[in-house]
Design a protein around this ligand. Sequence first.
Ligand code: SF4
Ligand code: SF4
Ligand code: FES
Length: 285
Amino acid sequence: MIAHANKPKTFFVKILRQDGPGKPSYWERFELDYEPELNVISVLQKIAAKAKTANGQKTTPVCWDCGCLEEVCGACTMVINCKVRQSCSALVDKLLEDSREIELRPMTKFPVVRDLFVDRSRMFNALKKVKAWIPVDGYYDLGPGPKQSRDAQEMAYPLSECMTCGCCVEACPQYSKIELLQHSGESKDAYEARKTEVFNRNFVGPAAISQVALFNLNPTGKMIASERLDALTEEGGIQVCGNAQNCVAVCPKKIPLTMSIARMGRETTFNTLRKWFDRRGDSKH
Ligand code: SF4
Ligand code: SF4
Ligand code: FES
């Protein structure tokens, strides 16, 4: 095929590996036969099956995470040739246009579980902190929800595409890596509680802020809008954002993150003022 005419017979994949949480990292290089229309996940599958480096040394299979294979779950996110993106939608033919080698690293803002597999639980914790859900009072059929205007739907839809992939926080200068290892003798519950406490004191990140914008737009979600804005006003909230706008540039879903951040910045200010006036009003009676 013309598109693959200039491709090499073989290509190299350099992977930054790590054997477990807190362990040192090291590079390994693999050589694979070129085939057209591979993506990075299929390359990783071939490397795992081979378990041999480019110089013929036996090695352990490389570990990575993935789910949907169609850029929906966000689990396969890694740094590919210095760019954070999903490995399922990273096409080898395209990557080989610039070089005969592809470089894979785990994201740098999350603890490494093993090799390219990172622990994104801090992002899911942030969604819990900001109550990124619609409150319902049971599992029975509540019937159709209140109608939403077309304008509100058009504003909400792009925000609903977030897959908690981590690209935005990887690029954000205000989001620093937190890695807490379990102490010997520390129970699993105590370890989880310690992590939650530390996560809650640190920046929630742009994805969680944008989810507040999404759920506060929803007619039912609005019922706890003020609680979500309170969460964004606490330590580690929206005030940490330095408005560098790196997040919006890397979001694979093109979510208007800086617009969400600006809107939530205004709403948190109104929310704080409203509560202050309410308290003053109460104290006069
Ligand atoms: S906002 Fe975009 S970059 Fe950030 S987690 Fe969601 S989809 Fe990924
Ligand atoms: S705009 Fe805020 S959240 Fe986005 S990258 Fe900059 S500091 Fe981070
Ligand atoms: S495997 Fe789900 S986004 Fe790549």
